[in-house]
Design a protein around this ligand. Structure first.
Ligand code: PLP
Ligand code: COI
Length: 349
């Protein structure tokens, strides 16, 4: 296929985090125990049977990745092997077939390449969000696994998840709603975890916060994560701490940030349960991190009926989060040396 080289005429810098239809998406199907080769298709509509287990029993999972344009024009993914691995963990948990790494990568790369015109240029601050998904299709009524599955990859150019110029300082409100049970599906990127959180987000927004902050559902003591991102905390004594929990998503961004903080900022990094009320006095800076959220500093948290503020009276980006953000984004955009070989070039020609 000839690839359209001319970029779309979009106001890239003004993009928000919204779906925008691009030209092609990739689709492969699993029937009778075998994956099809897969192909690019142009329709954004999936026709599924009304009995599809994805619709009734949430037998589905998805991933979130970004492609960015480097200063020299190369198109870079960030650690796509970890997204493939995580999709297969979710597939295993929900009795769906694994998507072989080769098929996953071919779907992602073909989608990115075919939509080259939609990849935001370097320096625009925007990126191409990629959404691989795996859904149980075909007819079904009883609670059992689907007979057929579709693996699909679509993409959309996006700007910041929390709209603002540069790094947005956001706020979180501790939720009374639980996101995931202790031995439930919290550690897997499955749609079922998200519908239940819509109400929690709405309640957090009614309090003036951007998002809900979930505590562990067994004791409501330890930080789990936010609705769409993991949490990291810079604490007194040059420490960067992230919550350890069986019920949170193993964020690619969080794992990367912790490595960078140790490697380049020589911080003491800890992955352990964080007791919110007992430790909050030691919080210097807090951030939410994820593919969509990138690294969003959290200025304040609503807990037990009051706002607890962090760096700069809850209004400013602190020095640790600024440094970590600059390292992460610099590597993702191909501006800084990628010493860990985390970026993956999608060859366009
Ligand atoms: N936690 C939740 C609930 C998410 O939806 C996401 C987004 O993918 C993350 C954390 C961050 O994960 P990652 O950094 O791999 O995007
Ligand atoms: C991502 O960051 O990729 C996600 O999937 C979060 C989603 C709520 C937008």
């Amino acid at each position: 296929m000839g690839i359209a080289k001319a970029k779309k005429e979009l106001n890239w810098a003004d993009l928000g985090f919204q779906y925008r239809q691009t030209d092609f998406r990739f689709s492969a199907t699993f029937t009778d125990g075998v994956w099809s080769q897969g192909e690019l298709v142009s329709s954004p509509v999936i026709a599924v049977h009304e009995g599809a287990p994805a619709l009734h029993y949430a037998q589905q999972c998805f991933e979130g990745m970004k492609a960015q344009t480097a200063p020299d024009g190369r198109v870079l993914l960030f650690r796509p092997d970890l997204n493939s691995e995580r999709m297969n963990q979710a597939a295993g948990r929900l009795l769906m077939p694994e998507v072989p790494y080769e098929l996953f990568m071919r779907g992602v790369e073909e989608t990115v390449r075919a939509n080259y015109a939609w990849i935001p240029p370097h320096g625009s601050g925007a990126s191409l969000y990629i959404r691989p998904m795996l859904i149980g299709v075909g007819e079904n009524l009883g609670l059992r696994t689907a007979k057929a599955f579709e693996f699909r990859v679509f993409c959309s150019p996006v700007g910041p998840y929390y709209k603002s110029a540069g790094m947005a300082v956001i706020s979180l409100a501790v939720s009374d709603i639980d996101r995931a049970a202790p031995a439930g599906t919290g550690a897997f990127k499955v749609g079922a975890n998200y519908a239940g959180g819509l109400l929690a987000t709405r309640q957090a927004q009614a309090l003036g916060a951007n998002e809900a902050l979930y505590l562990d559902s067994a004791t409501r003591t330890f930080i789990d994560e936010a609705g769409s991102a993991n949490i990291i905390v810079a604490m007194t004594g040059n420490r960067l701490v992230s919550p350890k929990s069986n019920a949170i998503l193993p964020s690619v961004t969080r794992r990367s940030v912790m490595t960078l903080a140790e490697q380049y900022l020589h911080m003491q990094v800890e992955n352990r349960p964080i007791n919110l009320r007992e430790e909050i006095a030691e919080f210097e800076e807090v951030a939410a991190c994820g593919t969509a959220a990138v690294l969003s500093p959290v200025g304040k948290i609503w807990v037990d009926g009051q706002w607890r503020k962090f760096y700069g009276d809850g209004e400013k980006v602190g020095p640790v989060m600024q440094k970590v953000y600059d390292l992460l984004v610099g590597i993702q955009r191909g501006e800084l040396a990628d010493e860990n070989s985390w970026t993956y070039e999608v060859k366009i020609d």
